[in-house]
Structure formats: C-alpha cells, structure tokens
Ligand binder design. Structure first.
Ligand code: ADP
Ligand code: ADP
Length: 219
C-alpha cells in the first residue's frame, strides 16, 4: 500500500506547491492525477519517488517511510532520458548491475520483447524514434520489478497514434507484473483510458481534490 498522508511542499522561494495532500493507493491499482499546469503534479511525483522530501506530512510504502529514491519505486518522465553512450539493451539493464549477468540479460531480452523492440537491442538511443525511445524507458523502469511505477506526463510529447500504441504497451506490461501505477497527465482522455481512479487537482488556494471512479467506464 502506498500511503500519502497530509503531504505538503513549500519550495525555498516560498511557493506552496502542495498542501495537505492525502491519498492511499492499493497494490496494483492504476491512479491518474490530472490538473492544469502548476497545480503540483510533478511535485507530488517527486515526493512519492523520494527525489524530493515533503515540508510536512509523510509518504510511506508498506509502512516504510520514503525519504530517498527507493528500488521499489520507479519513475518515467516525459522525455525518455536514455544514456546516449549505452546501447538500448544496456540502458534497459542499467539498474540491474547487482544481478548475475545471465539473469540480467534474460530480463532485458524479455522486457524488450514485451515492448516490441527485440530488434533494437544493439542500437544506440539516437537511432530510435520518440515513441521507440519511450518504450525503452518503460522497459528500463519495469525490469527491476518495482512495486510502484510513477509516470510524469509519459506520452504527452508523442503524436496521437504513438500515444495510443504506448498506452497499449503500458497496460500489457502492467497486466503481467501488476505494479501500482500513478500517472500524472493533463490529458483527461488518457486518464479515463488507463486509470481505475482519477484524482483531480485544483490550483487555487485551500486546494481540494476530487476523486472519480472509472470502474464503470470501458477501458
Ligand atoms: P505541475 O506539475 O502540476 O505543473 P509543479 O509541481 O511542477 O506543477 O509546480 C507546482 C508549483 O510549484 C508551481 O507554482 C511551480 O512553479 C512551483 N515549483 C515547482 N518546482 C519548483 C522548485 N524546484 N522550486 C520552486 N518552485 C517550484
Ligand atoms: P516538469 O513539469 O517538466 O517536470 P518542473 O517540475 O521542473 O517541470 O517545473 C515545473 C514548474 O516549476 C515550471 O514552471 C518551472 O519554471 C518551475 N520550477 C522548476 N524548478 C524551479 C526552481 N528551482 N525555482 C523556481 N521555479 C522552478
């Protein structure tokens, strides 16, 4: 269980990016967080990921407080952020250095097959299209088998066809490993397609959050 308990963030410049944000996400659940620019979505993901610490409140995964980046929590950004000096396969295997080579190779091969990029293993990131590169980023985030995967506007840089294709890939991968997904997006349609539950964040002071259950909507 991912428990976000009355979390707030005030930046050094005095900006109150998030106030008393509370949310429990059950294992395997897909939650989308939607809202306009500047309402604190990226801040929320950085706090859950441990890349940043809250000013008040607490983020916990299975009752363990998250205060720094954690192997059980993966994150995918809008841009793939691949390492240009490593091949696609080495990018995917980058976080698996602690595993024996055989297991590492096996997981990388499987992950690339799942995102339909088996033929790109030996290729350099610069030779990939935007959509292919983001599929590599998804594979890289999932090979450590995180309990929670955070996605910050993961498909918003892509055209509509590629976006739909990647949404399919993501749901396919999710169905095998069933990680908890928290997806930040300003694309309400994407939220409806992907999520079990949608959290709407409001930018005004004394901000409040609304929840929409999508269980009755077709995926
Ligand atoms: P969103 O992802 O919804 O666009 P952000 O979480 O990026 O919102 O930003 C929320 C607010 O916090 C904005 O007013 C933004 O300018 C501010 N902010 C974000 N990051 C920082 C930072 N590192 N330092 C200061 N202010 C920040
Ligand atoms: P993204 O949503 O692409 O991850 P960021 O979260 O880094 O972008 O930034 C979102 C907003 O926060 C932007 O408006 C940016 O100008 C502002 N911001 C980011 N870092 C800082 C900072 N150190 N000081 C002030 N504002 C910041």
């Amino acid at each position: 269980m991912l428990a976000i308990d009355h979390v707030g963030k005030t930046y050094a410049n005095g900006v109150n990016a998030l106030e008393r944000f509370t949310l429990d996400v059950t294992p395997g659940e897909i939650v989308a967080v939607v809202g306009g620019s500047g309402c604190g979505k990226s801040t929320l993901l950085r706090l859950i990921s441990g890349l940043d610490t809250p000013t008040h409140g607490n983020v916990a995964l299975d009752n363990t407080r998250i205060s720094s980046p954690h192997e059980k929590i993966g994150i995918i950004f809008q841009e793939p952020r691949l390492l240009p000096w490593l091949t696609v396969a080495d990018n995917v295997g980058f976080g698996l250095a602690h595993l024996p080579k055989r297991e590492r190779d096996q997981r990388v091969t499987q992950a690339l097959a799942r995102v339909g990029l088996s033929d790109k293993a030996k290729v350099w990131p610069r030779e990939l299209s935007g959509g292919q590169a983001q599929r590599v980023a998804i594979a890289r985030a999932l090979v450590p088998r995180p309990e929670v995967l955070l996605l910050d506007e993961p498909f918003s840089a892509l055209d509509a066809f590629t976006r739909a294709d990647l949404q399919d890939h993501l749901l396919g991968l999710w169905a095998e490993l069933k990680p908890t997904l928290v997806i930040v997006t300003h694309d309400v349609e994407e939220a409806v397609v992907l999520a079990d539950r949608i959290i709407v964040m409001r930018p005004h002071p004394g901000r409040f959050f609304e929840e929409i259950q999508t269980a009755d909507l077709p995926r």
